[in-house]
Design a protein around this ligand. Sequence first.
Ligand SMILES: Nc1ncnc2c1ncn2[C@@H]1O[C@H](COP(=O)(O)OP(=O)(O)OP(=O)(O)O)[C@@H](O)[C@H]1O
Ligand SMILES: [Mg+2]
Length: 376
Amino acid sequence: MRGQGSAGLEAVGSVAVRTFAAHQGHRMQGVTQSAHQSMDGHHVNAMAGDGSGAPHNHFADYDSLPEGHFYDPDAEYEPDPEYAATLAPDAARQRRERIGPTGRPLPYFPIPGPLTDHGPAKIIAMCNQKGGVGKTTSTINLGAALAEYGRRVLLVDFDPQGALSVGLGVNPMELDLTVYNLLMERGMSADEVLLKTAVPNMDLLPSNIDLSAAEVQLVSEVARESTLQRALKPLMDDYDYIVIDCQPSLGLLTVNALTAAHKVIVPLECEFFALRGVALLTETIEKVQERLNPDLELDGILATMYDSRTVHSREVLARVVEAFDDHVYHTVIGRTVRFPETTVAGEPITTYASNSVGAAAYRQLAREVLARCHAE
Ligand SMILES: Nc1ncnc2c1ncn2[C@@H]1O[C@H](COP(=O)(O)OP(=O)(O)OP(=O)(O)O)[C@@H](O)[C@H]1O
Ligand SMILES: [Mg+2]
């Protein structure tokens, strides 16, 4: 699967831009079909890590609408009743009163109108030093959803593990040039490092393990915290949104991301230790605000991997809303095995399973993020 998405080489002007044409061809055959072909039930369960070994996974049933039905991004967001049950304990009440999963009335986020010109970019850092909370998944899928709405999007893989690159079908080990070169080599232009993804309007600055050296090498640089900001500057007019996928630490790379950013999104997994470490994160954000980047704002807390059928998930979400109130996005991302599958497929859920509720959730998040930006 990932092999199908591996990069071919295409010359654009004097610059070699790697594209994912093979990937695109594979998508043209129909998203649902490729989704079903790509994995058997056992594999799905193995990815979900539920340990049951059963071939059937409950969540896998949500993905496709009946023949002839297509996801209509213009339709008002009306979750599938079964999925709504994973988001709200009382699905009927949720529909009647339009109460969102966070317990607050769910506003309608309008479909963003088309743009006639692009830029300057808003830079969003996807940040939480806790591992495995959905940073990379949210970067890919928020980016893809914004791109679907006609926004030009650049994703920056700022984690030496290269998970964002892998999630977009790139093999990080095969890359000659990465964001590392852009940071460390003077005179290196972003065009040499940029990759086009299979998603129209969405590009990638990939990374691999080389980036881990930057953390050490940057220490002796002048203005070391603003290295990424300087590297992104020439790209600002080409994009509407730049989303940076941070690594799970609060080290110098993450401080660089926060210094470059206008906004931070903090994904929080709805489980017991979700709030642990958040105080340290908000403290770091405040320090960067005071010392390096007065424009930085916490845009929102994004609850991920939520399943309201467990009392635990509901309690955690209630506590998160209690602690952060309006900072918590109305959009909540449910737990579904579709996300681990998309990593294997090397593409966003919006193309891999376009009609799935996971895709709908990230489209709604994109609309909520756009609505917040326009409210300013
Ligand atoms: N809503 C979801 N439902 C189920 N699984 C999910 C969901 N979101 C992410 N996952 C899975 O959880 C794992 C961790 O997600 P992800 O890689 O996005 O987290 P991360 O915060 O970027 O991790 P790291 O800190 O290691 O960079 C992945 O296997 C991903 O596919
Ligand atoms: Mg990650």
